[in-house]
Design a protein around this ligand. Structure first.
Ligand SMILES: C[S@@+](CC[C@H](N)C(=O)[O-])C[C@H]1O[C@@H](n2cnc3c(N)ncnc32)[C@H](O)[C@@H]1O
Length: 207
């Protein structure tokens, strides 16, 4: 169900003078980080299912700290290299990068996880033809949910502006409808001010 965004209250008298300075709605990637922070603590085991340029992995690595563990997956060597560069110089022995598709999660992750992040679509700055695919995304999503601990969260940022993106998002939403509501809470985070092609966030929390 869509998350509601209430109108912000004027913080001070500048409201109305420079309204363009007030950020009404956070980006789905940023919202995903906010929610992950509410469910993940130092020492937790988490998964980044789409490594990309490593922004989410870096965020997760700092959040869980050295006593935690991050497993990151991507099919492109360009993504692995880009993520490695981002983690470069950091003492991150607890981050494990896997140059394989997220559909292989069960081969690499066997212990329960507190969170998994999916940031779908193509690698920014990379080959736009290489995109996540509904079938493998769903396979990975099922694996992540099997591993998810109580109060754990899966975040999915779905992009519908590129060919295939809408179909992938629809497949995920259809799959979400099959989840038992006494086990999982599914939320679609969308703002009324988003345009029809804007990316959006889906979260699944194990209740
Ligand atoms: C939007 S990017 C991810 C951005 C990333 N989370 C970040 O913080 O920079 C999507 C990534 O998914 C990757 N991808 C596509 N199919 C995949 C699969 N089957 N398994 C894992 N990653 C995949 C692409 O190679 C691409 O790097």
């Amino acid at each position: 169900m869509p998350e509601s965004h209430s109108n912000p209250q004027p913080a001070d008298s500048s409201y109305g003078v420079r309204p363009h300075m007030i950020k009404l709605v956070v980006r789905p990637t940023e919202r995903a980080h906010q929610l992950i922070r509410q469910h993940v603590a130092a020492g937790d085991h988490v998964v980044d299912a789409t490594l990309g340029n490593g922004h989410d992995t870096l965020f997760l690595a700092e959040l869980v700290g050295k006593k935690g563990r991050v497993d990151g997956f991507d099919i492109q060597s360009a993504a692995i290299q880009s993520a490695q560069q981002k983690l470069h110089d950091r003492d991150f022995d607890h981050v494990h990068l896997h140059h394989v598709g997220h559909e292989k999660i069960p081969d690499w992750v066997q212990t329960p996880i507190q969170a998994a992040m999916f940031n779908l679509g193509y690698l920014p700055g990379g080959d736009k033809q290489v995109i996540t695919q509904a079938q493998t995304t769903l396979q990975a999503l099922r694996s992540a949910l099997d591993l998810l601990l109580p109060n754990g969260i899966v975040t999915i940022v779905a992009y519908i502006g590129h060919a295939g993106g809408s179909e992938e998002a629809d497949a995920i939403l259809t799959f979400c409808q099959t989840l038992k509501s006494d086990q999982f809470t599914v939320t679609q985070h969308r703002s009324a001010s988003d345009n029809a092609k804007a990316p959006f966030l889906i979260t699944i929390v194990r209740g």
